[in-house]
Design a protein around this ligand. Structure first.
Ligand code: CDP
Length: 208
């Protein structure tokens, strides 16, 4: 069983994907963390963004210890992630890891931007989670304040808009995939959204 969650930055797909995986006892992969690990490596080594060969090598040789690194969640690393994500060699280097993970039993939940379209078009259930820019910015601002990051709502809003623009350039039209379930998460609380998602999963996977 394979469940795909795609959608823009800070729409809440990570919370939903993790929650569903926990509920169903499936494995969960935050694929954004893979791009963030490559971005972090680029920052640490002061590698030029134009050096695609070196950056793709970081993607092929991911340091799995970094998965738990708190630095990954910072906006600087998120922004670097969205820059390295446009390098085709980086995307193809990360493909195998994601596809292998998707085969884990008894099931896997992956969240990202191109899971239901490029990584796992055969996913059993595909969600596109979205929310308004103002909701996404307010949520991300609260999250960053909660971990002591000194920022402003304006700066977070600008970052989300810049990230959307870069993500659009990736041309990953997950939202228009024919079998995708689109959920606007602007007005829903976490429990409400989880119940809605779970309802769709049960309906899609119910035996006739
Ligand atoms: O948490 P947030 O949604 O802000 O970002 P993320 O999911 O951690 O992803 C960071 C960046 O990696 C995104 O802005 C995308 O540019 C890129 N990404 C991607 O290209 N493909 C994915 N499957 C996941 C992330």
């Amino acid at each position: 069983m394979l469940i795909a969650f795609d959608g823009p930055s800070a729409a809440g797909k990570g919370t939903l994907a993790r929650g569903i995986a926990q509920h169903l006892g499936y494995h969960f992969l935050d694929t954004g963390a893979l791009y963030r690990m490559v971005g972090l490596q680029m920052i640490r080594t002061q590698t030029d963004l134009n050096d695609a060969t070196k950056i793709a090598a970081f993607a092929r040789d991911l340091n799995v210890d970094d998965f738990e690194n708190h630095e990954l969640r910072s906006e600087v690393v998120g922004s670097a992630a969205s820059k390295v994500a446009v390098i085709p060699e980086v995307r193809s280097a990360l493909l195998k890891f994601q596809r292998d993970f998707a085969k884990r039993l008894p099931g896997a939940v992956l969240d990202g931007r191109d899971i239901g379209t490029v990584i796992c078009p055969e996913a059993d259930v595909k969600f596109y989670i979205t929310a308004s820019v103002s909701t996404r910015a307010a949520r991300r601002f609260k999250e960053l304040c909660g971990v002591g990051v000194d920022t402003t709502l304006e700066a977070v809003t600008d970052d989300i808009i810049a990230r959307d623009t870069r993500d659009e350039r990736l041309n990953l039209p997950a939202r228009s995939s024919k079998d995708v379930i689109v959920i606007d998460n602007s007005e829903l609380g976490v429990e409400e959204a989880l119940a809605e998602v779970l309802g769709f999963v049960k309906a899609k996977t119910a035996k006739p």
